[in-house]
Ligand binder design. Structure first.
Ligand code: UDX
Length: 455
């Protein structure tokens, strides 16, 4: 019998479900609430609506501790701590849409000792606004805590159980203490601070990580022009303790449910308070341009793209997820079609999701080999592990053309080239450029370091 207190989790999306399963693993009874009846019915049958490694097993393991319902009273009755993990999508103005958050606030009863623990990413000042709402509606007993999530898709369960830090923004009352108690067994640094600062930690962390990606993408673009190899540059930079090696992987832009939304939300938040956050405008612009850079690369090799068949390998915004939100593949496919190309696509997991979101007319292939058949060019969009093991001789045999654009620097350039194909990565010099040692030294020369660095 666990002596840990039962909790509620409102919203059984990505964050809510991982949080619920994580706390169940720590021994809490968790009352999971969602307004989506079909989703709750599915969860009761053990069906997990998202693809996340380890989540299904964890939910199955703790079936006895996880209770699913569409009625918020089920959580209110059993738990005083109610984690809020509802969506906060961007609205037309660029501000976060807080409709779902305020609908939860509105559904709180007039009395009782409860606290809302905000997991959803919200603008700085939301906690203050919610506390004011509680005051105005005579619910001054309610407490509020900001406890932002930092989970990465694809490793969310692991991230929950081994966080780098737990941030708790509160008013120094019982609710903050109780949340601290909940996370104590994880042995992670727990930071207590005021609510506005906790809200800002989340936005600032994601904006900083996005800045790191746009920065290395610009270094990659300059490296391409000047003959440097960005993989080597990143390796050299990353060993500086102050910089660190992570998030220095150039590619065709960041996507997902968090970075694009949070960067815009912070820029908007700053703008609303009269401050122009210049750096973030550049981060966003660089990212948009980066998604389109592949088009230039293809045109340099193929000329006009009209009627050309282009195979996209990988569609999800990153590997190990079926999440297509803000995936670079969406923009790329649309741009390719805009140039008159035929687009054929394959993703090992995200295909069903992709079918709802990809532009009309995209062909979906059942596997890698069918995708590349008769293609003039292949573009690696998402670095799924299996694409690193492709047999390039077989692929070369199936393709009509010979162009391979590695949008994530995840392929082995030598393997691609020795199959007689033309390889172009991101920021690794250009095939055919004078800066390419293979060209300078003649075709028979040993492949030099340029373009053969680690993926
Ligand atoms: C991110 C944050 O990491 C997490 O802390 C937050 O809670 C939610 O947002 P996630 O969206 O799952 O998590 O993805 P992440 O692994 O951080 O990658 C985001 C995007 O950046 C992906 O499109 C990825 O391909 C791209 N990326 C990441 C790069 O292009 N280069 C890198 O070096 C790292």
């Amino acid at each position: 019998m666990s002596n840990r207190e039962p909790i509620g989790v409102i919203g059984t999306g990505y964050v809510g479900l991982v949080t619920a399963a994580g706390f169940a693993e720590l021994g809490n009874d968790v009352y999971c609430i969602d307004i989506d009846e079909a989703k709750i019915a599915g969860l009761e049958r053990g069906e997990i609506p998202i693809y996340e490694p380890g989540l299904e097993e964890l939910v199955a393991k703790h079936r006895g501790r996880l209770h699913f319902s569409t009625d918020i009273n089920d959580a209110l009755e059993h738990a005083r701590l109610l984690f809020v993990a509802v969506g906060t999508p961007p609205s037309y103005s660029g501000d976060a849409d807080l409709t779902a958050v305020f609908s939860v606030v509105g559904s709180m009863p007039p009395e009782g000792e409860h606290a809302l623990i905000m997991k959803s990413t919200v603008p700085v000042g939301t906690g203050r606004a919610i506390k004011r709402r509680f005051e105005e509606t005579g619910r001054s007993n309610f407490r509020y805590v900001s406890c932002p999530e930092f989970l990465k898709e694809g490793s969310a369960v692991k991230d929950f159980l081994n966080p780098d830090r737990v941030v708790i923004g509160d008013d120094g009352d019982w609710a903050g203490d109780a949340v601290q108690e909940l996370y104590a067994p994880l042995n992670a640094p727990i930071l207590r601070m005021d609510i506005a600062s906790a809200e800002m930690v989340k936005l600032a962390s994601n904006a900083f990580l996005a800045t790191k990606i746009s920065f290395i993408n610009e270094i990659a673009n300059v490296s391409e022009e000047t003959g440097a190899d960005v993989s080597e540059v990143a390796r050299g930079m990353g060993l500086d303790d102050r910089i660190g090696p992570k998030f220095l992987q150039p590619g065709i832009g960041f996507g997902g449910s968090c970075f694009p939304k949070d960067v815009s939300a912070l820029k908007q938040l700053a703008g609303n308070s009269g401050y122009h956050f210049q750096l973030l405008s550049a981060v966003i612009e660089v990212n948009e341009l980066q998604k389109r850079k592949v088009i230039g690369k293809l045109k340099r090799s193929l000329g006009s793209l009209v009627g050309k068949r282009i195979a996209l390998l990988g569609l999800a915004f990153k590997p190990n997820t079926d999440d297509m939100r803000e995936a670079s593949s969406l923009v790329l496919a649309g741009r390719l079609q805009g140039e008159g190309a035929e687009v054929v696509a394959f993703d090992p997991i995200a295909m069903e999701e992709a079918k709802h979101l990809m532009p009309h007319g995209v062909d979906f292939a059942d596997d890698e080999l069918s995708a590349v058949r008769d293609a003039d060019a292949v573009v690696l969009v998402t670095e799924w592990e299996q694409f690193g093991k492709l047999d390039w001789n077989e692929i070369a045999g199936a393709m009509r053309g010979e162009v391979v654009v590695d949008g994530r620097n995840a392929l082995d350039p030598d393997a691609v080239r020795s199959a007689g194909l033309r390889y172009e990565g991101v920021g690794r010099g250009r095939e055919g450029d004078p800066a390419d040692p293979a060209v300078v030294a003649g075709a028979d020369a040993q492949p030099a370091s340029l373009g053969s660095g680690p993926g």
